[in-house]
Design a protein around this ligand. Sequence first.
Ligand SMILES: [Cu+2]
Length: 127
Amino acid sequence: MRIKAGCTLVLLASAFAVVGFSGRAQDTASASAAGNVRTIQIQAKKFEFEPSEITLKKDQPVTLELTSEDVEHSLVVPGLGIHGVMKKGETTDVAVTPPKTGDFKGKCGKFCGMGHGKMHFVVHVIN
Ligand SMILES: [Cu+2]
């Protein structure tokens, strides 16, 4: 009888731990959904990005929402590890948390026509 009661207690404790953990996970998710993470929309079209430069804060997470008005492009910013496809009718979310300040050059990473090489982008990261 005493052993049985002990087992029940352990089971209850484990169940509580699981519930407690998933509760915390949900809090984190709803915190992001509540708008703590800034989103920035970036559109590509032949042959430019709109906007063509953005300013981010060091260590602050943002979500880039990438899309295209015409053919497939992509946004590549090697210095910040950004690489996302940009397709008409689709949005690609790219999460970025800049680890350092500076100006980081980006470009289109998908050949999209004669003006492809002119598609430049700049990310300014400030403190
Ligand atoms: Cu392009």
